[in-house]
Design a protein around this ligand. Structure first.
Ligand SMILES: NC(=O)c1ccc[n+]([C@@H]2O[C@H](COP(=O)([O-])OP(=O)(O)OC[C@H]3O[C@@H](n4cnc5c(N)ncnc54)[C@H](OP(=O)(O)O)[C@@H]3O)[C@@H](O)[C@H]2O)c1
Length: 340
């Protein structure tokens, strides 16, 4: 699809990308032809096969996080990508990357840039695509699974044998959180709608609660970690669920939880708000788990890039199961023998 645009005798490589020109509804996302990104020495240009939609994308689109991207419009959204290496910067080449390598990456650009045919990403945040994963499945991993890993392992200090409660276990972050906690030897109680219990049990959950029927903050049990992946609770409500040195981790910064995250620094029971950022070590750990068969992506739905509006609308319902994926180059267009 990429075309060349001849401007005053010099050719500019162009690409198709979904561009956000103005904040607003999903209809503000427009498929447009723009120049292909140019890479620096430490970057890799990835030919995007698949990207994923995270709730932060539509929050950015609506202008809910303007402080995060002041004066950044027009912008190309999307932090998650899986694809093939198209070009390698000089320093990245020294690290062993080659054109044609199949990779997944967590984009370190301000608002991502992955809803496009090509994206330039710092080589630190690129890892080989896990064996046996389609590009669509791999694209679901970076941001959501990094959030889950950082919440449980870095902030929650997860150890084998810990008892962990995960609220929002059926979502993008939650489905990875259940699997990571199990892979690291925890006992997992998962909170999600009854309709998703079978799926989440299949991911490894030991016990399940239907949030429509039971208020998990009142179950009278104690955990080493309470990870609220959808942030429907507060530290104050969950304190009674924590063991004396337990950790509460939320994904959204409510005023109350931000206050407690400061206050609890002086207490044994801690409150944290996770902030997912591209992290080389976490991405490598996630790829290892995936290669060992301990992490898989639950794909809620796949949309072609041309249907990005419908993909955003789906994510905004707040009721997806696993990940919403954008397909840029369909996996089916590759020879069977090309698949891992
Ligand atoms: N701070 C960070 O760095 C960071 C990183 C990633 C995500 N986040 C935030 O974390 C939140 C979750 O992200 P996500 O990607 O997992 O979202 P998601 O995939 O859209 O989550 C949807 C899931 O949440 C479940 N859910 C909704 N309300 C629930 C409730 N009250 N109790 C239990 N489950 C509920 C839904 O199940 P039902 O259909 O059964 O309701 C659905 O399966 C978002 O707000 C996102 O912006 C923050």
């Amino acid at each position: 699809m990429a075309t060349a645009d001849v401007q005053s005798g010099t050719e500019t490589a162009m690409m198709e990308a979904v561009v956000l020109q103005q904040y607003g509804g999903a209809e503000k996302l427009k498929l447009t032809s723009i120049p292909r990104p140019k890479i620096t020495a430490d970057q890799i240009l990835i030919r995007v096969h698949a990207a994923s939609v995270n709730p932060i994308d539509w929050k950015l689109r609506k202008g809910m996080l303007k402080w995060f991207m002041p004066d950044q419009l027009p912008a190309v959204l999307g932090f998650d990508v899986a694809g093939e290496v198209a070009q390698v910067g000089y320093s990245a080449k020294q690290q062993g990357w080659n054109e044609g390598d199949r990779v997944m990456a967590f984009s370190d650009r301000t608002v991502g840039g992955c809803y496009a045919e090509f994206v330039a990403v710092n080589a630190k945040y690129v890892v080989p695509k896990p064996q046996g994963f389609s590009f669509e499945e791999a694209a679901g991993i970076p941001l959501a699974a990094t959030t889950a890993w950082k919440s449980l392992v870095k902030l929650g200090q997860l150890r084998s044998g810990d008892e962990v409660l995960i609220n929002g276990a059926s979502g993008g972050v939650g489905t990875f959180a259940v699997q990571i906690a199990k892979a690291l030897g925890a006992h997992v109680m998962a909170v999600c709608s009854e309709a998703n219990h079978e799926l989440v049990r299949g991911l490894g959950a030991d016990e399940l609660i239907d949030y429509h029927a039971t208020n998990f903050t009142r179950i009278g049990r104690e955990f080493d970690i309470v990870f609220d992946a959808v942030s429907s609770s507060s530290f104050l409500e969950c304190r009674r669920l924590l063991k004396p040195n337990g950790h509460y981790v939320a994904t959204l910064p409510s005023v109350e939880n931000v206050g407690f995250s400061v206050f609890s620094k002086f207490q044994k029971q801690s409150c944290h708000i996770v902030l997912a950022r591209p992290d080389h070590d976490i991405l490598k750990a996630l790829a290892s788990l995936a290669n060992e068969g301990k992490l898989r992506t639950i794909v809620d739905s796949v949309y072609p890039l041309t249907d990005v509006i419908a993909a955003h609308q789906k994510s905004e319902t707040g009721h997806v199961v696993g990940k919403v994926i954008l397909n840029v180059v369909p996996d089916a267009s590759y020879q069977e023998s090309d698949q891992d």
